[in-house]
Design a protein around this ligand. Structure first.
Ligand code: PMP
Length: 433
């Protein structure tokens, strides 16, 4: 077995990490094991996880039921191609997803990751309009401060600044962007809040294939919670102007915002829905793009007659069996009460941060707690301060936030919010830039 230092030596020589430089990159920490809401570094330090491994590990690490589902499936088959073949876990999962997602989303396309789910959604929208004899409807209207993934198509609908459109300006689809949605989740909605979006869709609907957005919570683009009224209006305008609506619930799905899917806050059903992250309880990578019959019939009765996509690992049996077990486990619990418990502990636990003058805002929705600073944080420095407090929190930009595993105990969550308050109180950590 390698020591932590040996792992680090190999890592530093060979491995790219997310959004990191290979020259003088920030430190990374070797992890030995994980259990429940905690993981253990190779040097023996235990950390409470405030990130759910980038928002997906809802039932916690090393969960006996999910482990068991994988073991059982492994003994049947770990993988089988999906072209011309099918199997029980994929069939049962597709039925379950169709049942629990908003009305009409009955057709399921499985793929590998969130970004690919978004690529699939964009392709579905483009191919749909092609099938309708309207290939000129080939632009997407997205929202500023939105985030939909890192592949080329997904990047073209991410916020133009954080998505680095200037760097890739000759490589990306040229799409349209409306201002970031307002007002905040619990603030009163005014007609002016949707005015610019309305103008954009009204003026451009003849070339618009779809609107894409993250319902209610804009995640990696700013951790913003916006009004369900805004979402309702967008849905209504899409119908009025014959533009498809793609809801990217990769981050919000499976209870995170207090509803099973964030579209439920506005009681709307999109034409296309993207799921990922917590779909497998965070155990492995899998995504699903669901659509309604209008889309599937359009595409399949169109010129190509088929949907032109088919990844090698589509519907992978291990991943779909795990997703089935994870989703059943979630539905078997009083997950709403649990998310409310986390919401209320985040509210009380993070409230002291409101008093710091270097804090711009503190906001909580469901199992998401955000402290927005006035200036961007120095991630390497703040990360080691969090580790010294026995917690794992990975901020970005001005945002220090918590998205804990839903299995986190009251005591662990209090330790997390206490550590947040202590680290944020240390003004010296935020005095750069
Ligand atoms: N859409 C949203 C809303 C996301 O939050 C993410 C990941 N943070 C993605 C898409 C991309 O998913 P993946 O990283 O699995 O490709």
């Amino acid at each position: 077995m390698l020591t932590g230092d040996q792992i680090l030596a190999l890592d530093q020589q060979h491995i790219w990490h997310p959004y990191a430089s290979l020259i003088d990159g920030p430190p990374v920490y070797p992890v030995a094991s994980a259990e429940g809401a905690r993981f253990t570094l190779s040097d023996g330090r235990q950390l409470i996880d405030g990130m759910s491994s980038w928002w997906c590990m809802i039932h916690g690490y090393n969960h006996p039921e999910l482990n068991q589902a994988i073991k059982l499936q492994l003994e049947q088959m770990s993988h089988i191609m999906f072209g011309g073949l099918t199997h029980q876990p994929a069939a049962e999962l597709a039925k379950l997803l169709a049942d629990i997602t908003p009305k009409g989303l009955d057709k399921v396309f499985f793929a590998d990751s969130g970004s690919v789910a978004v690529e699939v959604a964009l392709k579905m929208a483009l191919q749909y309009w092609h099938s309708q004899g309207q290939p000129q409807k080939n632009k997407i209207l997205a929202l500023q401060q939105g985030y939909h993934g890192d592949t080329i198509g997904a990047m073209s609908v991410c916020d133009p600044v954080t998505g680095m459109h200037h760097l890739f300006q000759h490589n990306l689809m040229q799409n349209l962007f409306a201002p970031a949605p307002t007002p905040a989740y619990d603030e009163p909605f005014a007609p002016s809040d949707i005015a610019e979006f309305t103008t954009l869709i009204k003026d451009n609907h003849q070339q618009l294939a779809a609107v894409i957005l993250e319902p209610i919570v804009q995640g990696a683009g700013g951790m913003r919670f916006y009004s369900p009224q805004y979402l309702k209006q967008v849905h209504q305008l899409c119908q009025q102007y014959d533009v498809l609506l793609i809801a990217d619930e990769i981050a919000t799905g499976f209870g995170r915002t207090g509803k099973l899917f964030a579209c439920e806050h506005a009681d709307i059903s999109p034409d296309i829905l993207c799921l990922g992250k917590a779909l497998t309880g965070g155990y492995m990578t899998l995504s699903a793009t669901l659509c309604n019959e209008k889309i599937s019939n359009g595409i399949c009765r169109g010129e190509a007659g088929v949907f032109m996509h088919g990844p090698t690992f589509m519907g992978n049996p291990l991943a779909t069996a795990t997703a089935l077990a994870s989703t059943r486990l979630l539905l078997s619990q009083d997950w709403q009460a649990n998310v409310q418990r986390i919401e209320s502990l985040l509210n009380t636990g993070l409230a002291p941060c409101r008093d710091f003058e270097h804090v711009a805002d503190v906001r909580v929705l469901g199992a998401i707690g955000v402290v927005e600073m006035n200036t961007p944080v120095n991630m390497a420095e703040i990360q080691s301060a969090f580790i010294a407090q026995g917690v794992w929190v990975r901020p970005f930009g001005k945002l220090v936030y918590l998205m804990p595993p839903l299995v986190i105990s009251d005591a662990e969550l209090k330790q997390l919010t206490g550590a947040m308050c202590r680290v944020i109180a240390d003004k010296s950590l935020f005095s750069h830039d």
